[in-house]
Design a protein around this ligand. Structure first.
Ligand SMILES: Cc1cc2nc3c(=O)[nH]c(=O)nc-3n(C[C@H](O)[C@H](O)[C@H](O)COP(=O)(O)OP(=O)(O)OC[C@H]3O[C@@H](n4cnc5c(N)ncnc54)[C@H](O)[C@@H]3O)c2cc1C
Length: 465
């Protein structure tokens, strides 16, 4: 008996070996596709990567993942990484925000909210004014800062939103788009008017979907050996020969099959595929020639702000730091006029980040707020942050371990006007069937959102078109 011949599976090119491209490649390989992944650097993972040395575990970019997207659990499960997964330590529950040079607990309960010195009495009353708002549909987008000011008042912007946005986007609330940077809040205003009532309704819906029980809060996770585990596990599932490192993709065009031209630093190469998945950052997208005429339809993405960030990992002997470091870390509002965007208490966040008797801090510097500071040398940065660390945390003496990671274009800013970039991406896909675009420029900036983006890209390549 002969087995009927299987139709040959399409061959897929994947541009960009960050977490989005790797996830797409992994999914397609699991479904029997032949893939080729092109990455311009000599390592996979893009912004994600960890280093283990002398008992320290350093995250180069992202430090923790919030289990807010089902895609994260799905990928962890399908890679069999459950036994390496770790959750944040109980010590990481508290979050601090700096006000008048002091670390104030971010209130986690109504009682805590009334007691916190983070907001004035007037500021607290103003926050509750939000419950009286009626649903509205705005004719145009507004800045996130203005949106939150209208709902909760200026103090909430200065000491709630501003530090939060620095922590997530390294961004400026006055520039970020309310509609695109925080679409859930935008939708809540349309459906409920009040963000507080919208949040209450969302919590109620979650409880109902969980059989009337309050569902557990999404956990903050990493892996015993850091987030590199995710990158390594994804890469290990790709067959030999499917990854091309040191390959800068310059152009893609179809005629009728897709051609991908890439450069290895000396020579140009062209390969042929059935579909192309593009998981490049905004800078890469803006320089990509698409189509037989060599046009660059996404050139406008060069205008999308993508500020630099320096991540400074500092190790100290325990006795060098007076603060108990009993929290996740501290976020610094712009009004405090300090050089840091935030300070993560890395060794309180996850186990195994510092040798016995030591603690580790990760200081984030730069972003839209102070891009010049991010570009400083390691010594300059140390000199910049040392007085502030002494003030805020009682840090005494020089660090015993330093690692500096510089991200020249760290995080794309979904600023006002972002809609036109989305429209350009959509138009490019429409004009070039078989080309699909995803990743942090389009689908959300967190790693879990990029995992979802990778899964979605694979799904598009897997459907007949
Ligand atoms: C300092 C920092 C801290 C962060 N903290 C967190 C956090 O705590 N939690 C969280 O969830 N997220 C965090 N993020 C965000 C998150 O890490 C990123 O948004 C996400 O990893 C982006 O993944 P990506 O695959 O879409 O893009 P990238 O990681 O940018 O990958 C794109 C890849 O494409 C390659 N490339 C570019 N151009 C070309 C070309 N022409 N040809 C071939 N290859 C090309 C690049 O070299 C890169 O490897 C942080 C990011 C940074 C920088």
């Amino acid at each position: 008996m002969t087995t009927p011949a299987q139709p040959a599976r399409a061959t897929i090119a994947i541009l960009g070996g960050g977490i989005t491209g790797l996830t797409a490649a992994f999914r397609l390989v699991s479904r029997g596709y032949s893939v080729r992944l092109f990455e311009q650097t000599r390592r996979l993972g893009g912004s994600v990567g960890s280093e283990c040395t002398e008992g320290w575990l350093i995250e180069r970019g992202p430090n923790s993942l919030l289990e807010s997207e089902p895609a994260l659990a799905e990928i962890v499960q399908s890679l069999g990484l459950q036994d390496q997964l770790i959750t944040s330590l109980p010590t990481a529950k508290k979050r601090f925000i700096v006000r008048r040079g002091q670390l104030c607990d971010l209130p986690m309960s109504p009682g805590g909210f009334f007691k916190t010195p983070l907001f004035s009495f007037r500021g607290k009353l103003r926050l509750f004014g939000d419950v009286f708002r009626r649903p509205r549909t705005r004719p145009t987008d507004i800045s996130l800062g203005e949106f939150i000011r209208q709902h909760f008042g200026q103090e909430a912007v200065d000491y709630g939103l501003n530090p939060f946005v620095s922590g997530v986007y390294a961004g400026d609330p006055g520039k970020l788009s309310a509609q695109y940077a925080f679409p859930k809040l935008w939708a809540m205003e349309q459906s409920h008017g009040s963000i507080l009532r919208g949040m209450g309704a969302a919590a109620k819906a979650r409880r109902a979907a969980n059989g009337g029980q309050r569902p557990p809060r999404p956990r903050l996770i990493s892996f015993t050996r850091g987030l590199q585990t995710l990158v390594d596990a994804l890469a290990a599932r790709l067959p030999e020969g499917s990854v091309q490192l040191g390959a800068r993709v310059e152009a893609v065009w179809s005629g009728p099959r897709w051609q991908v031209r890439w450069h290895d630093g000396q020579t140009s190469h062209t390969e042929v595929f059935d579909k192309v998945l593009c998981a490049l950052p905004s800078g890469g997208l803006s320089q990509l020639a698409v189509g037989a005429d060599g046009a660059m339809p996404l050139a406008g993405l060069a205008q999308l702000e993508n500020p630099p960030v320096s991540s400074l990992f500092l190790g100290f002997r325990r006795e060098q730091v007076r603060h108990p470091l009993d929290g996740f870390g501290a976020l610094i509002p712009a009004l405090e006029r300090r050089p840091e965007l935030g300070i993560l208490f890395s060794s309180s966040l996850f186990a195994g980040r510092a040798p016995e008797g030591h603690v580790a801090l990760t200081v984030m510097v730069g972003g839209v707020r102070q891009p010049v500071l991010a570009r400083q040398s390691t010594d300059e940065l140390l000199a910049t942050v040392t007085p502030s660390l002494r003030d805020l945390l009682g840090v005494n003496g020089a660090p015993v371990f330093v690692r500096h990671n510089f991200w020249p274009a760290a995080i794309p800013q979904y600023n006002l006007g972002y809609g036109r970039h989305l429209a350009a991406i959509e138009a490019c896909e429409r004009a070039h069937p078989g080309l699909f675009i995803g990743g942090n420029t389009r689908d959300g900036i967190s790693v879990p959102q990029c995992l979802r983006a990778g899964i979605n890209l694979a799904g598009k390549a897997d459907s007949p078109s």
